[in-house]
Every structure is written in C-alpha cells, then in structure tokens.
Write a protein that binds this ligand. Structure first.
Ligand code: FES
Length: 174
C-alpha cells in the first residue's frame, strides 16, 4: 500500500518536472525570438539609409506660413505655435526670426510703434532684421530657414540657425 502511494507520488513529480521543463523551454524560445526581432529593428533603424530619415525630418519640420502676397513689405507676423516671427522686409525678402532673446532666452515682443523687438527681461533691443540695437544681448536673433514653393512661404522650424549679425544672404527672396 505504502509503496504504491510512493510510486504515485513519484509519477506525479516526474510529470510536474516534465511540464516545468516544457514551460521553461517555451519561455526561452519566446525570449530568443524577441531578441532576434529587437536586433533586426535596431539594425533597420540605425543602419538603414540615412538620407531617407533626414528628408522625413525635414518634411515634418516645415510649417506653411501662407501665400507670399499675404505678407506686406515691412511687416512682422507672429507665429506663436512655431515660435517665430515672419518678417517681410521693405525689399520683399523674408526672414523667420526666433522669438527667444539671445541674452537669456526671454520671449521678445515686436513693438510696432518703435519698429523694434524689445526684451522685457533686461531691455535688449533688436531691429526688424533681428540685429542687436542695444545690449546686453550680443548676437542677433536666431533664424529658421525660409523656403518659397509655388508662391507659398514655408519655414523650417526643425533647425535654428545661429548668427552673429544680419547678412544679406540670410534673406529668402521671391
Ligand atoms: S533675456 Fe533678453 S535681455 Fe536678458
């Protein structure tokens, strides 16, 4: 009687052990599959053609400002979502100026009556081209690239262009 009971327990233990090993081998296979998938994903992401990733980022970064004729020469239009002012100079050229002061980063409002940007934090001032009129800021307002496609003004908000001062080649012309 006792030996039959012992035999039964032995069989049950062997069965449990067999199921445990089967479960563990399935988990190992699953983890192995995940590791292979992850390695493939990393390779495709970081070792794939770089050019296509760059063009996708550029595509996402361009913000449509509107048709050229919407912006009067000598005007400044705020685009709060894009954090820039679209400036149309008297000669018809465009600049997209970053709203942040180059001193310590406060937002600079355009003061139309004075035809200048004046920083509320420490009183730096910038002209309509973003050039410094008064310190403590030492550099001109930074720029976003402007592109004109079929009469539509677009601003690349993906990348800020740092500059010391205004230069004519920074202007995008129609
Ligand atoms: S942050 Fe603009 S002058 Fe200091």
């Amino acid at each position: 009687m006792v030996s039959w009971c012992g035999y039964g327990i032995g069989v049950a233990m062997a069965d449990i052990d067999k199921r445990r090993r089967s479960f563990m081998s399935r988990i190992a296979a699953l983890l192995g599959g995940l590791a292979i998938f992850e390695a493939g994903w990393i390779s495709a992401t970081f070792l794939g053609p770089r050019r296509s990733r760059v063009s996708l980022e550029e595509g996402l970064g361009f913000q449509v400002a509107g048709p050229v004729e919407r912006f009067e020469p000598g005007s400044v239009t705020a685009f709060r979502d894009g954090h820039f002012y679209l400036v149309r100079l008297d000669d018809g050229g465009f600049l997209a100026l970053h709203r942040k002061c180059t001193h310590l980063g406060c937002t600079v409002p355009w003061i139309a009556d004075e035809q200048r940007f004046t920083c509320p934090c420490h009183a730096s001032a910038f002209d309509i081209r973003g050039d410094v009129l008064s310190a403590p800021a030492a550099r001109a307002l930074e720029l976003f690239a402007v592109r004109i496609d079929n009469g539509i003004v677009k601003v690349d908000t993906n990348k800020l262009l740092r500059r010391a001062s205004f230069e004519s080649h920074q202007v995008t012309r129609v």
